[in-house]
Design a protein around this ligand. Structure first.
Ligand code: G6P
Length: 461
């Protein structure tokens, strides 16, 4: 098996005891690399006054990482700027929030070049190189310019937007053309893949050739829809661990017989938290007999707090949770427990298992691994119900969830009512179907499908 050189912006080695607030990418890559020889390269998350390019190599829990520090200006223009003020909103269909500043684009190019300069020397012989996510679209091109001839794949963890939205990005064509330096491009779902192919067809006039390749001059790639998974069995086991059992026990105790509805998300406008609170408020308004019988625990660790749109969603949620609690709380009951911190995975697993409902309602999400973790953590004898947004990539696989339109308060409210009254037989049947998917289309399956397809690409560079 070839070595795997993974490159992503965020590098976070696995640790069950560390607060889990890193998002799906780090969770999946950590599990994938435990099984595979290789190096995980990226940003340390730290800044330095002057860029030195010094690499910090570490091995923990069977995963070797190579990280570098970036300058403040890099972080501002590349991470807070182009990645999270321009691309993230655009990829999540929020053109209204996307900011287009020249210096962001310049910083993005500079940091991608830095990644290429620093990490290219780590690539050897027949290593497979696998670049992840929207922070690093042009990295393949930069690596090629340095003479890297290995197979290079790219995987996008977010949605790919419809062509009409992508056209609002001034550099859309340069960005897409740079992707031809990859050999394989992976998306979470057929839907995001179709959007990408629509762009190739309408903007570049390209259709796949007989070998299924898209070709631009000498360069070509193949495309693949390859949904990311979790290690379902490992997470199920974690949910039965002493730490998780204790967390479940504590949760049950503090619930005092009430049904728990749980949501766990990075504090991000794409997660539909405002709409979720409004949906829950509608449920309370429609079902007075349920007051004091249920509560919503929303865990939302802050994310990207230097970006204004993230500060705005935080204030909105502070106000909204306060309003709902003010309107509905009783002396011995608070309808929403809203918590702005991350918890270790084992603790979360226990909370998921204690919850009657997992409420996962993003407005748009590449995949959403919380949905899969919620399923994996359930008690097979008496499983809870997953309520899932139809706009999460995970909805294409978890068809037995209660699927809702996250923009509709009524839909969310009805979903909660349906889940609370669902009989055990139906709950079990739905859960079994979902658990089958979570354990078969798991992270090892995802890794193998992508790397097999990448290895099949010819080495003609
Ligand atoms: C999403 C992105 C990842 C990112 C994660 C956490 O899952 O697809 O690339 O790492 O969010 O966001 P952060 O900005 O904290 O890395």
């Amino acid at each position: 098996m070839s070595r795997l050189i993974i490159v992503s912006n965020r590098v976070q080695p696995p640790a069950d005891t560390a607060p889990a607030n890193q998002g799906g990418l780090a969770v999946a890559l950590a599990s994938a690399l435990r099984e595979h020889d290789g190096i995980w390269c990226g940003w340390s998350g730290e800044t330095t006054d002057v860029f030195t390019g010094d690499i910090r190599m570490q091995t923990a829990a069977g995963v070797t990482t190579a990280t570098i520090d970036l300058e403040e200006q890099d972080v501002e223009e590349y991470y807070n700027g182009f990645a999270n003020r321009t691309l993230w909103p655009l990829l999540h269909h929020r053109t209204d929030l996307a900011e287009h500043e020249r210096e962001f684009a310049g910083g993005y190019e500079r940091v991608n070049q830095r990644f290429a300069d620093i990490f290219a020397p780590l690539i050897e012989g027949d290593d497979l190189v696998w670049v992840h996510d929207y922070h690093l679209f042009p990295l393949g091109r930069d690596l090629r310019q340095l003479g890297v001839r290995n197979r290079i794949g790219f995987f996008l963890h977010t949605p790919w937007p419809p062509t009409q939205l992508l056209l609002s990005l001034p550099s859309h064509r340069t960005l897409v053309e740079s992707l031809f330096d990859y050999d394989l491009i992976g998306f979470q779902t057929e839907e995001w893949l179709n959007n990408f192919e629509h762009y190739l067809s309408t903007e570049l006039g390209l259709e796949p050739n007989a070998d299924g390749e898209y070709r631009l001059g000498e360069r070509s790639f193949r495309v693949l829809a390859c949904p990311i998974g979790i290690d379902g069995e490992e997470f199920a086991e974690l949910s039965r661990s002493p730490a998780a059992r204790y967390s479940r026990y504590r949760m049950k105790q503090s619930a005092t017989g009430r049904d728990l509805i749980v949501g766990v998300d990075r504090l991000d406008y794409s997660k539909g938290l405002e709409e979720r609170f409004l949906g829950y408020e509608r449920f309370l308004a429609n079902n007075p007999e349920q007051h004091s019988e249920v509560f919503l625990l929303q865990i939302a660790p802050p994310s990207r707090g230097e970006v204004e749109s993230y500060q705005a969603i935080r204030s909105t949620l502070d106000a909204l949770s306060g309003r709902i609690n003010g309107n509905y709380a009783d002396i011995d009951w608070v309808p929403i427990r809203y918590v702005n911190q991350g918890y270790p995975r084992a603790k979360l697993a226990g909370i998921y298992r204690a919850a009657k409902i997992g409420l996962v309602t993003p407005l748009r999400d590449g995949m959403n691994l919380v949905a899969k973790e919620y399923v994996a953590a359930q008690d097979p004898e008496d499983p809870g119900v997953l309520i899932l947004s139809r706009f999460a990539g995970a909805a294409a696989q978890l068809k037995d969830a209660v699927l809702v339109n996250p923009y509709s308060s009524d839909d969310i409210a009805d979903g909660i009512s349906q889940a609370l009254t669902m009989r055990r037989g139906e709950r079990t049947a739905r859960w079994e179907a979902m658990m089958h998917n979570v354990t078969t289309e798991n992270v090892a399956w995802w890794l193998r499908r992508f790397t097999d397809a990448l290895e099949k690409r010819p080495t003609t560079r």
